[in-house]
Design a protein around this ligand. Structure first.
Ligand code: PSU
Ligand code: MN
Length: 314
């Protein structure tokens, strides 16, 4: 036990079912709460929360949705806690990893991003996490030569030995720079049944993945082998949105251009960028992007559960 981390670990409330599965060495999949509270509209988010937990169970694993409620980090939520996460009236703050301390100390309600979910999952002993899209490197503002808006999700992957299953990064990001940074930080990037890195609503970005796997077994093999190499980085497994839900590229590019203009006009910055952009897509596409978002998360979480089941056998 790393004594320096002990106070943090004991402050986390792990749900009984999750704790039992971890003790028995059974498969557990961590799920984030930001995509529910800040990425999907009220009502719809609660249904998605339930669907995600259901697909994890169908695959033979235990779901652990992660959030902070009343200053308490929770790993595994009951129905009432999921209600609160999905209720806009509960006023959940979007918490990156750096926000965990303040939220705990000040007794806040918060939704965890990839970065903070991965940190809490790791502290609880969970090795697999499924989500929609990873944060990444934003394009620089016109006033700057380089971007300083780089998601903490990348740092979390760089120093947390967790498998993250997602559909790449949102197309508003600088995908090329994001992939470069993942290389610098020694995070292996695997394409699931694809040679191209996906772009969230679209199945392909113009960039190839360094490695490809074609089954959950192969992905589990890579995780085990990677964790035996020096360092504490995680693994990124990228699975494209299911083909029948991929957005039309022309529509996508138009909405993206409008979205970027909207962000500039409204002066949206920092942690509000992603939620505002997702909202714009969902409204302007009349729900087409919402369906795509839901289906890609469900498909990623299903794959995460399959890999977790494989890992539990080893
Ligand atoms: N995937 C989704 N919807 C989301 C997100 C991911 O389908 O809302 C969230 C995740 O929580 C991710 C965050 O960590 O977007 C990235 O935010 P930022 O770019 O501010 O780091
Ligand atoms: Mn950011």
């Amino acid at each position: 036990m790393d004594l320096a981390r002990w106070p943090f670990v004991t402050s986390i409330a792990v749900a009984e079912e999750v704790r039992a599965a971890l003790v028995e060495g059974q498969a557990v999949v961590a799920l984030e709460s930001t995509l529910l509270s800040h990425g999907l509209p009220p009502g719809r988010n609660r249904k998605v929360a339930e669907r995600l937990e259901a697909v994890v169970r169908e695959a033979g694993a235990v779901p652990a949705t992660i959030a902070v409620l009343d200053g308490q980090p929770l790993v595994g939520l009951n129905a009432h806690q999921l209600d609160r996460v999905c209720d806009p009236a509960a006023g959940l703050v979007k918490l990156s990893r750096r926000d965990l301390g303040p939220a705990i100390a000040l007794g806040k309600n918060g939704a965890t991003t990839v970065a903070s979910t991965v940190a809490l999952a790791d502290a609880a002993g969970i090795r697999v996490f499924g989500t929609g899209g990873l944060g990444g490197v934003h394009f620089p503002l016109p006033s700057r030569s380089a971007s300083w808006d780089v998601s903490a999700d990348l740092d979390a992957l760089a120093d947390t030995p967790v498998l993250v299953v997602c559909s790449g990064v949102k197309s508003v990001l600088d995908i090329e720079a994001t992939l470069e940074l993942l290389e610098t930080r020694s995070v292996p990037v695997l394409g699931y049944q694809t040679d191209m890195f996906p772009a969230f609503y679209l199945r392909e970005s113009p960039y190839s993945v360094p490695w490809r796997v074609d089954s959950a077994e192969q992905a589990a093999d890579v995780v085990v082998a990677h964790q035996a190499t020096p360092g504490r980085s995680g693994v990124l497994l990228a699975k494209p949105v299911p083909i029948e839900y991929e957005m039309d590229r022309a529509t996508h590019d138009r909405l993206l251009a409008d979205g970027i203009r909207l962000l500039a006009e409204r002066g949206v910055q920092g942690r509000d960028v992603t939620p505002v952009l997702l909202e714009h897509f969902h409204t302007a596409s009349e729900g087409v992007s919402l369906d795509a978002n839901e289906e890609l998360v469900v498909s990623n979480v299903t794959l995460a559960a399959q890999v977790a089941v494989e890992l539990a056998k080893r």
